[in-house]
Design a protein around this ligand. Structure first.
Ligand SMILES: NC(=O)N[C@@H](O)C(=O)O
Ligand code: NI
Length: 164
């Protein structure tokens, strides 16, 4: 039985998979609006490809019981996918590097802290939304357009993910 303890989500640790969206992960911040507002600038590489467009949706996720058996992953080869939590609860982010179908050993798990969003780069393997503790709402920015933008893979064996 493969078990995996989620680690702390940070921009550096998540860099192979995409970006973390938070004030702390901003490469640039500056004051605007006559000093009233701080802008944490350009947090993520959003993409929809030449023939797609970016859309914003609301995902209302039911909480998952832990430990959670990750038995499948998916990827969106034609565009990015960002999750921005509306609430102040943690959630799980489970990913594997883009490219070849992932092995259970290549799966990585992160515990997102309240206020941290994530943006999956195109083609990054990830598990669908993994809300924790209570029903949780997320703004999701991803691609609409032609073509098959969701490929799923079943792992050779499940990876049981638990929180730290
Ligand atoms: N299917 C869908 O829109 N959601 C997934 O892509 C997900 O990552 O939650
Ligand atoms: Ni997805």
């Amino acid at each position: 039985m493969i078990t995996l303890t989620a680690s702390t989500l940070s921009a550096d640790a998540f860099a192979p998979f995409g970006q973390v969206l938070s004030a702390a992960s901003a490469a640039r911040q500056f004051t605007i609006n006559g000093g009233n507002t701080e802008r944490f600038h350009d947090l993520a590489e959003l993409s929809a490809g030449a023939d797609g467009r970016l859309i914003v949706s609301l995902f209302r996720g039911q909480p998952r019981a832990l430990p959670f058996a990750v038995s499948m992953l998916e990827r969106h080869p034609l565009g990015s996918q960002a999750f921005l939590p509306l609430g102040e609860r943690p959630y799980l982010v489970v990913v594997a590097p883009p490219g070849a179908p992932p092995s259970p050993a290549s799966v990585r798990a992160f515990l997102a802290a309240p206020g941290q969003g994530v943006n999956y780069a195109p083609g990054v393997w990830h598990h669908p939304l993994l809300a924790l503790d209570a029903v949780s709402d997320f703004w999701v920015i991803d691609r609409a357009g032609p073509g098959d933008n969701c490929e799923e893979i079943t792992l050779a064996e499940p990876v049981w993910v638990q929180r730290p």
